[in-house]
Design a protein around this ligand. Structure first.
Ligand SMILES: Nc1nc2c(ncn2[C@@H]2O[C@H](COP(=O)(O)OP(=O)(O)O)[C@@H](O)[C@H]2O)c(=O)[nH]1
Ligand SMILES: [Mg+2]
Length: 353
């Protein structure tokens, strides 16, 4: 899973990228890539119980995409090509006041910045689509699939020319397949991050908040409040001071934590766990995966030689405290290859190679 971070210049993209991944973004033409841990209290608790040598949280890869500003949607932008393959997009929007950081057009306007970037993405997709359509029209005579594809692209064009993202277009499975390879930006899942300052955290409010919430709600899109600067400060504190400062700010969890979790959920990802003395570990799968498919995340041998899965739920394990107790209660389950893994299952795979 790879997530692209975009936004207007100086909105706080690199700050948030660094908070997520602990990687400092260098100023270069290359996109900066880093891995973020997805905080999970269930893993923390299991780790306290098993005291393993290693605890491994789920991770998400982030890319800090600095190159997307007005006028970059021209054909053949190398930078955009490099980030085509992200699975979702996070747009960072500036709400924070800071005289030292220049604003666009001399004022702060989250809605304007949101629309500006979204329009840019629509334009980028439109220009890719135009190029592709020109080519297909020429190919039509000798390529029997070209006509079908052109019909779908025609629909896409309509949507984009109405200034709407391709996400809003309902396509059937077959149509969707025909355009999947283009990796259109506006067809990717989108999440919004509003970057606020300390006063805005304390008051839990910022400029144009209602408009932004409505915009996100109408599209079932997560809107996460983060303060890049405050969280940089929190990061430099030791655990006690951190807790105190957060209580004082009136927050239970950092925005960065919530952001990583929101991405995970929005993409339909869940975790199952493996536990033991060596390692307590989260494995990321798509919701709806079978036990056998899930086993393949660990190793293809386990998928191939799958015999059965020994499954207990994380909640029940925490409640009863040991595998033995769960066995006595009949809560230690043996599941076959078709079993659909649930979020939070603790699994031990039996296999034979
Ligand atoms: N006051 C305040 N300043 C911030 C915040 N987030 C980022 N900044 C500052 O804004 C400037 C631009 O941030 P940066 O992350 O480089 O933005 P980018 O251009 O989108 O990558 C830097 O000077 C940051 O220190 C914030 O939440 N509050
Ligand atoms: Mg930057």
């Amino acid at each position: 899973m790879k997530i692209g971070i975009i936004g207007t210049p100086q909105s706080g993209k690199s700050t948030i990228f660094q908070l997520l991944t602990n990687v400092e973004s260098s100023v270069s033409s290359k996109a900066n890539v880093g891995i973020a841990k997805v905080p999970d209290p269930r893993i923390s608790r299991l780790s306290l119980i098993f005291k393993p040598k290693r605890t491994t949280y789920a991770t998400i890869e982030f890319v800090d995409i600095a190159g997307l500003v007005s006028g970059q949607s021209k054909k053949g932008n190398e930078f955009l090509k490099a980030v085509r393959d992200v699975d979702a997009i996070v747009q960072v929007i500036r709400a924070f006041e800071n005289e030292l950081v220049p604003t666009i057009d001399g004022n702060i306007s989250p809605i304007r910045d949101l629309n500006q970037i979204q329009s840019e993405l629509i334009l980028t997709d439109w220009s890719l689509l135009e190029t592709r359509m020109e080519k297909l029209v020429k190919e039509r005579v000798k390529n029997p699939n070209a006509t079908k594809e052109l019909a779908v692209l025609e629909k896409c064009k309509d949507v984009l020319e109405n200034d709407l993202p391709l996400r809003s277009l309902d396509l059937d499975e077959e149509e969707d397949k025909l355009i999947r390879g283009y990796d259109f930006f506006t067809r990717k899942p989108l999440l919004l991050v509003i970057n606020v300052d300390e006063d805005q955290i304390r008051s839990s409010s910022y400029l144009q908040q209602d408009e932004l919430s409505v915009w996100a709600n109408e599209r079932s899109m997560p809107l996460v409040m983060v303060s890049g600067q405050v969280e940089m400060e929190i990061n430099q504190l030791d655990d006690d001071d951190k807790a105190m400062f957060m209580t004082e700010l009136g927050i239970e969890e950092t925005g960065i934590s919530r952001l990583a979790q929101a991405v995970y959920e929005h993409l339909g990802l869940i975790s199952y766990f493996t536990v033991g003395e060596d390692e307590v570990r989260a494995w990321t799968i798509r919701q709806g995966m079978s036990a056998r498919q899930g086993a393949g995340k660990i190793h293809s041998d386990i998928e191939r030689g799958f015999i059965r899965a020994e499954v207990v739920s994380n909640q029940e394990f925490i409640e009863y405290g040991s595998m033995q107790k769960l066995k006595e209660k009949g809560l230690f389950r043996l599941e076959g290859k078709e079993y659909i893994i649930k979020d939070g299952d603790i699994i031990n795979f039996r296999f034979n190679v």
